[in-house]
Design a protein around this ligand. Structure first.
Ligand SMILES: *[C@@H]1O[C@H](CO)[C@@H](O)[C@H](O)[C@H]1NC(C)=O
Length: 226
């Protein structure tokens, strides 16, 4: 009994270790891409304004005037945190040390594109009440960016899901244990947001043992004019 337990524990430790190394490499690559994106656009703006080569946040094409460029990624398993970039500024990332297990949320002023605040809510071991409080206090006209890390859903109850659905999410009602999810919505939005990706945690489709693949999304958010 004791020996079997020890062997299993050792096997689990080794596979966790291998997963961590794999993810570290996988995500360093993504991080390098992000960096190159912002470096390119910076060096372009220094040079005398000919055609830009790179775009804000490393987007594949420039956003129309009056729209905010964003790029984001969910967390990778329980190892590397999510990322959110807006208008070439990294709002949340492991490097910035402002992400955590559960739901990661950035609030942005929909008129100016300025960051209002960021926070994260542990939906595995935490309590849903602070998340509900946070969601209720969001002001009209705020752009809300959300990204999962590890487990975004276990503690989510109907009240929290309703508040997130009201920001324009279609997937939140179906969000489950260790699903990956990225979303951009808005307080006072009248429709469902086009900026949402969701992948279920399913043993037969998971990329990592126990977690689905990392989700990435980029796009342009229309500025509020009213
Ligand atoms: C965030 O938004 C609230 C509500 O509009 C406002 O009172 C606060 O000053 C804002 N904070 C920042 C840092 O913009």
């Amino acid at each position: 009994m004791v020996r079997t337990g020890g062997v299993l524990k050792m096997a689990a430790m080794i596979s966790t270790f291998i997963l961590a190394i794999y993810l570290a490499f996988h995500l360093l690559e993504i991080r390098v891409d992000f960096r190159q994106g912002s470096m390119m656009s910076r060096s372009v703006s220094i040079k005398d304004g000919s055609k830009p080569v790179g775009h804000k946040c490393g987007l594949s094409k420039a956003c129309p005037v009056g729209q905010f460029a964003f790029k984001m990624a969910s967390g990778a398993a329980s190892v590397v945190g999510p990322k959110m970039c807006l208008e070439d500024k990294m709002l949340m990332s492991a490097v910035k040390n402002n992400v955590g297990r559960g739901l990661n949320i950035a609030l942005v002023n929909g008129r100016t594109g300025e960051l209002n605040k960021t926070d994260f809510f542990d939906m595995w071991a935490g309590n849903v009440a602070p998340l509900i409080q946070f969601l209720k206090e969001i002001e009209e006209g705020t752009v809300v960016m959300m990204a999962s890390f590890d487990d975004p859903a276990t503690k989510l109850n109907n009240e929290a899901r309703k508040l997130i659905a009201d920001l324009g999410s279609s997937a939140v009602n179906n969000l489950g244990f260790r699903d990956n999810w990225i979303f951009v919505g808005g307080k006072g939005i009248k429709t469902k947001s086009p900026f949402e990706q969701h992948i279920k945690n399913k043993a037969d489709t998971n990329k990592f043992e126990g977690w689905p693949e990392v989700l990435e999304m980029e796009g342009c958010i229309p500025r509020r004019e009213d």
